[in-house]
Design a protein. Sequence first.
Length: 427
Amino acid sequence: MNKKNKYELLAPAGSLEKAKYALNFGADAVYLGVPDFSLRTRINSFTEKDIEEIIKYAHQKNKKVYITVNIYAHNRHLKKIPFYLKKIKKWQADGVILSDPGILRLVKKYLPNISIHLSTQANTTNYEAAKFWYENGVERIILAREVTLKEIQEIHRQVPKLELEYFVHGAMCMSYSGRCLLSSFFLGRSANLGDCVQPCRWRYNLKKKKIINDDEEFFITEEKRPDMPLKMEEDIHGTYIMNSKDLCLVKYLRELQKAGVSSFKIEGRAKSIYYVSLLSLLYKQALLSQKKGSEYKKEVNKIYKELQMLTHRGYTTGFLFGADKVEQKTDGAHILGKYQFVGEVIDCQPRKNKKFNLFLKVHNSLFVGERITIIEPSGKRVNLKIKEIKEFDGTLKNEAHGGQNKKIIIPVNKKITAMSIVRKKTK
């Protein structure tokens, strides 16, 4: 963590481009990995050259890059890992995120001076585990999402020199670490504490009842508990009983700071440039805010309202205030955002009459006459109406569409910063 900053905002880097946008929009550090040794193999396309470029770019901005080596390794992986660790040393990465004790031993052997972070995959939920890892060379623990605010306070009190990182925004897994909705719903018994009643083995009946206008509601009931119906929300795609809401803790960053968290982590390596940029911007604004009392509350409520404009699954505080606060979104897969990401600013060059040509990489449809909003890395917003769309060869168009690396020029009245993001309201 940068010693000048007491608190770090850590953003996902799903690609070289996304990493740069996250760092420009406020992230203090990014995390990434290569396919063979991280837990995001399917969505990971990083090359060694990409990683070298990201680290160089981050260091020029006095920011950091952490490399994930957080698989649980089998013997076949161990032969490749030392070669990879030597690469990390050459790249001068700022830290390694790992889960496996065997990989920890190898990191200490091949990277004796690097900062070691324990992945959330290790599921650290108590201070004795935290002490164990700290005594074995771990400088930072990414706490399990199941850890509550009170538990964070106790872990920090017991191991005060250990850095604590916590997820503050992003997708929540339904079944990871034994979490079981049905066990908690029917008997309040936690699978994660070895108390699962295995309701997945029970026999269920599907019941329905008519409501207004001949519509129907469906419930499942367990044969021995007919008085405990569980409503099944369903649309044309089916039911979403296992669909957890997304984590959003922007309103509680100060509580987490007081509890001992120093690194605030955003999930979403598979998300768009727009998503990672806007989250980095908004969470950094909340972390840097100097406002107090009702003024601060008003500010974070405004930020929270902006976060609701993104496509999401509904928001929850997760386990932060107790397991009974965790929520599911059962009436659909997600909530569509109020805005559509339509482009990124490549450059802005002066033209005649004190006007400028804005060079855009198009991500979705744009039409002459539409209104767009440009969000700069500083947070400044520019609203304008598209009066003209021109291709690079000078051809005038009435519309432009994303795909195939499409780039266009539109006239603007003021200078716009490169790497700004462009959006429009959805219809």
